[in-house]
Design a protein around this ligand. Structure first.
Ligand SMILES: Nc1ncnc2c1ncn2[C@@H]1O[C@H](COP(=O)(O)OP(=O)(O)O)[C@@H](O)[C@H]1O
Ligand SMILES: [Mg+2]
Length: 369
């Protein structure tokens, strides 16, 4: 009898809450239904403001958004139940990533905060909710991120080729999958995926994204600017590493743009190159044996980004995960349903060779339905 889980994910882009229904049967995972649940512009603005100004953020605003996002996640799950005609009793659990508002895995007091109160999700859906996946890994000395590599390994590892999975969300992260299942899997955040593209498009077009890379296509990459950006110390940092919008934002970009006069469309073209180059460079450095790159996340829909990845000098074959029957937009949501399943089965969810944690951990807190 297959077990049904719901996965809830909202990434750094805050483009929508991804809500998926998956079934687990033996070792197979199937995506049965999905929904993009909208986040209002007002809430998006408040979330961005909160995460941008962690040092001055008000506890009141943080707490209100925790409740608002908890209700929004619950609404998404309930809407998916309505759409599919399923009842709460048919769902074993929800895995909810939450909305990251703070990710600071380095230093003396490392932590990572995802909001969207799971008490509210469990109460409003009646479904057991697993949430707060990252902090156990951080408590064990890890980065708490990325967490999707274990799921990538479960669905994409094959014995006959070395594959690298690239998730291009706001931040881009890679999972390096050796052909030999006994060799360690590695994974890390390469740096910006779409986030700088989105933020620059917002500043210059007033649009949440540069749809289909139209803006970037009007410009030409500026070699001098690109040269400065790729030398940012994050890209050369040793593994394990993870990052967020706290670091890669317009303040970061403005620091490099100071005094140089580059047209907005040329900046956009340069930012596309930055994302693509830093992804390819990271793979060339850490997994040069890669045969195939499988791309997921919203960046898979940006033809400019995909063309740049395809034109890599290293000879990597580049494909969307859609070529493997897995919708690129819902892999992360599926991953959090899968992580909830791991937790309820008493199985580990982190990969120590990815996050740098000292111990294998059963991740997350369980909020009974
Ligand atoms: N047609 C498109 N053209 C360009 N970019 C796109 C397109 N569709 C999606 N994207 C990009 O994908 C992002 C959303 O990707 P997603 O994987 O949901 O990221 P996150 O995990 O950060 O929420 C959008 O913000 C946008 O930058
Ligand atoms: Mg998203």
């Amino acid at each position: 009898m297959p077990e049904s889980y719901i996965g809830l994910m909202s990434g750094t882009s805050i483009d929508a809450v991804d809500c998926v229904l998956v079934t687990f049967e033996n070792n197979d995972v199937h995506l049965r239904a999905y929904l993009d649940h909208p986040v209002s512009n007002d809430i998006k603005t408040r979330l961005h403001a909160l995460s941008r100004s962690a040092k001055q953020a008000s506890l009141d605003e943080y707490s209100q958004l925790d409740v608002i996002m908890g209700r929004l996640f619950a609404d998404a799950a309930n809407q998916l139940l309505t759409n599919t005609g399923m009842s709460a009793a048919q769902i074993t659990a929800i895995g909810s990533h939450g909305q990251t508002v703070y990710h600071q895995p380095e230093g003396d007091t490392p932590t990572s905060i995802q909001i969207g109160d799971p008490n509210i999700i469990a109460e409003l859906t009646g479904i057991t909710t697993v949430a707060d996946f990252r902090r156990r890994d951080i408590a064990a000395g890890g980065q708490g991120a990325p967490l999707v590599p274990a799921f990538h390994q479960a669905i994409f590892q094959v014995p006959d080729e070395v594959r690298t999975i690239v998730n291009i969300g706001g931040i881009a992260n890679v999972t390096l999958l050796p052909a030999n299942p006994d060799e360690p899997v590695r994974g890390f955040d390469t740096g910006p995926g779409n986030t700088l593209l989105d933020q620059w498009a917002m500043r210059h077009l007033g649009q949440a994204m540069d749809r289909d890379g139209e803006f970037a296509r009007q410009g030409n990459s500026n070699a001098a600017l690109l040269q400065k950006l790729v030398f940012d110390p994050y890209f050369a940092r040793p593994l394990p590493k993870s990052t967020g919008r706290e670091y890669f934002n317009l303040d970061w970009l403005d620091g490099y743009l100071a005094e140089s006069r580059v047209n907005p469309e040329d900046v956009q073209a340069s930012l596309c190159e930055l994302s693509a180059n830093t992804i390819i460079n990271a793979i060339s450095k850490h997994a040069p044996q890669t045969h195939r790159i499988i791309v997921c996340g919203g960046g898979a829909h940006n033809p400019v980004l995909m063309a740049l990845l395809n034109n890599n000098d290293a000879g990597f074959i580049v494909e969307s995960s859609a070529a493997y029957g897995v919708d690129p937009d819902y892999i992360e949501g599926m991953a959090f349903a899968w992580l909830a399943h791991q937790t309820l089965q008493g199985r580990y969810g982190n990969i120590r060779s990815v996050t740098g944690a000292r111990t294998d951990c059963i991740l997350g807190g369980i909020y009974p339905g």
